[in-house]
Design a protein around this ligand. Sequence first.
Ligand code: SF4
Ligand SMILES: [Zn+2]
Length: 116
Amino acid sequence: MNVEAKRIAERKTVQEIMKIYCHGHHHIRESGNELCPDCEAIAAYADIRIARCPRMAVKTFCSVCPIHCYAKPQRELILTIMRYSGPRMLWHHPLMAIRHILIQWRTRHGLRKREK
Ligand code: SF4
Ligand SMILES: [Zn+2]
């Protein structure tokens, strides 16, 4: 997968992760929006980080990135969101989830280029 395809895949994954979290916590479906304003704000923040990520070619997970471009409050919020949505992705978006699990497994077992 080339860098831009990877970036697009990451942006889509974050959107789906945000939808699962928002729909599980906030009751906004009646409004017709996919996300509530708070989740929309954090999704937009993450989207900008992905769009500008200088490590897209080599990155695995932001949690092991040496740059950590997220500000602390947003980083903590994203971690909470990931903890909730991560396991649920397997049900909602199995292919995305399997890709994520494979990357995680390869990272843990050193089968992928380490973050520098
Ligand atoms: S934390 Fe690192 S890998 Fe994640 S978006 Fe920021 S620079 Fe890229
Ligand atoms: Zn929400």
